[in-house]
Design a binder for this molecule. Structure first.
Ligand code: GLV
Ligand code: MN
Length: 197
């Protein structure tokens, strides 16, 4: 999904703070194997939030050699009894998930507002098309774990609830009240549950 590259490789040079469509390339003489290496997915991330998930990202921010290559990978852990990756979208990538351990209830919503959902287990794969809202939940009593791959070096993530209820600056309560057809007092109550970003 990312644009095609015009050279063998282009290790991200993030030292100058310059962005093109992606990052400028490091000089060839400075390139080493470590630019293409990341050990961060070897161990499961620790889930330390009440929503019940933790993700480690192997994208261009952690693996500079991914710059211009149009691919990246996450490892995700889900707590037992409801651990949730809440509804979100990746503006720049399709996602494919492979279950390492456990079982997940997953789904995405099309632009026709149709929910496509399924329970998937260890060794199985599911696809979330680019831009569409999706989620995963672990409804079993054991932890679950997955690898997810993206056809972007930096897919981006927009999580719906915090985007709406803890943006900075905040969205007007009246906008959210009309959107969800609830009173502004209820909007304030929901906002108070999300830490300000
Ligand atoms: C799961 O959907 C993820 O994007 O990590
Ligand atoms: Mn996702």
């Amino acid at each position: 999904f990312d644009p095609d590259l015009l050279q063998d490789l282009c290790v991200a040079d993030t030292s100058k703070g310059i962005k093109v469509n992606g990052f400028p390339c490091k000089e060839d003489t400075n390139i080493t194997a470590s630019d293409f290496f990341f050990a961060g997915l070897a161990t499961p991330a620790v889930v330390n939030n009440s929503i019940g998930f933790a993700a480690t990202q192997a994208n261009v921010d952690s693996v500079p050699g991914l710059n211009t290559l149009g691919i990246s990978l996450n490892r995700v852990e889900y707590s037992p009894n409801g651990g949730l990756v809440p509804p979100h979208t990746h503006p720049r990538a399709t996602e494919i998930i492979f279950i390492l351990e456990g079982e997940l209830d997953v789904g995405f919503i099309t632009t026709a507002n149709k929910l496509i959902s399924k329970t998937i287990k260890k060794g199985e794969v599911f696809v979330f098309p680019v831009g569409l809202l999706h989620y995963q939940q672990n409804n079993k009593d054991k932890p679950a774990s997955a690898i997810v791959a993206f056809n972007s070096q930096l897919p981006g993530i927009l999580v719906v609830a915090p985007a709406l209820f803890s943006s900075s600056p905040a969205i007007d309560n009246d906008v959210l009240g009309r959107t969800f057809q609830i009173g502004t007092d209820k909007v304030g109550e929901i906002k108070s549950r999300f830490a300000p970003s």
